[in-house]
Design a protein around this ligand. Structure first.
Ligand SMILES: *[C@@H]1O[C@H](CO)[C@@H](O)[C@H](O)[C@H]1NC(C)=O
Length: 255
């Protein structure tokens, strides 16, 4: 009996400590500024939504109190539904609004990480940690990232229409062969080019680097019908694609 009481005491202390350390205090933080009573899930869903709306920018880590929620979301059916919906909108656009010239200059740009390949297995092991580029690259070099199946379906549809597929990633050039192995092993093949960051590109922001890639494509006569990416830095900046589509990604922010 005593042991049980002790156990439940330590359990509730544990919960209390983790709530306090996460700054989610029953006394002052379960109401919004306007006094609406909310749960931690409400709070974290609001955070996630505002990341996707691009109101919250430049975040370095997922807020400690939402690490568990974001982890669950990334492995949830909802993440799949949200992503599949984005891909469905790409398909609608492809079939209704792209008047392709079929001259070898119709192009579609894809990101790689968390657009074609999932980094969720990596982040599952490093939940709540500050992003460590070295260890993430070590993981990428193993070429074991799984495909995002909805994106693979879209990739194949686009390929079948004769559109040139251009992969533009913020991965660095030294990961080229691992990246190709990984993509091919999980079913992505037949793209026209794979653009990775060279040392001189690392001095620029990712958004400028990706815009410069588009600049070259446009001056080479390509019509960029769309971009599918998971980061705003992949879809913003000039020159524009005719349409942009964004997949959900509350795990990290690349500027
Ligand atoms: C980042 O990861 C590398 C490789 O796994 C490791 O050696 C290094 O200590 C890590 N750095 C930090 C700050 O955790």
């Amino acid at each position: 009996m005593a042991a049980r009481a002790l156990f439940s005491l330590s359990l509730s202390l544990g919960i209390l400590i983790s709530l306090c350390s996460a700054d989610w205090n029953i006394l002052n933080s379960q109401r919004t500024r306007n006094g609406v009573k909310i749960s931690l899930k409400n709070y974290c869903e609001g955070w996630r939504m505002n990341v996707e709306l691009h109101n919250i920018r430049e975040f370095e880590v997922v807020p400690e109190e939402c690490v568990e929620y974001v982890g669950k979301y990334m492995r949830s059916t909802q993440y799949l539904v949200d992503s599949e919906r984005a891909v469905e909108e790409c398909m609608v656009y492809l079939s209704t609004s792209c008047s392709l010239k079929r001259d070898g200059r119709d192009a579609w740009i894809f990101d790689i990480d968390d657009t074609l390949l999932s980094t969720v297995p990596y982040f599952k092991k490093h939940q709540g940690e500050k992003l460590n580029a070295t260890s993430l690259e070590e993981w990428m070099s193993k070429a074991k990232a799984p495909a995002l199946e909805h994106s693979l379906n879209l990739f194949n549809e686009i390929k079948a229409k004769g559109i040139q597929i251009i992969l533009v990633s913020s991965r660095r050039e030294h990961l080229r062969s691992a990246t190709i192995d990984n993509l091919v092993n999980v079913g992505f093949h037949g793209w026209s080019s794979l653009v990775l960051r060279r040392p001189e590109d690392e001095l620029k922001g990712v958004q400028s680097y990706k815009a410069e890639v588009r600049e070259k494509l446009v001056s080479g006569g390509y019509r960029i019908w769309a971009i599918l990416g998971d980061q705003y830095s992949s879809i913003q900046g000039l020159p524009n694609a005719k349409r942009t589509f964004k997949l959900p990604n509350p795990l990290y922010y690349i500027s």
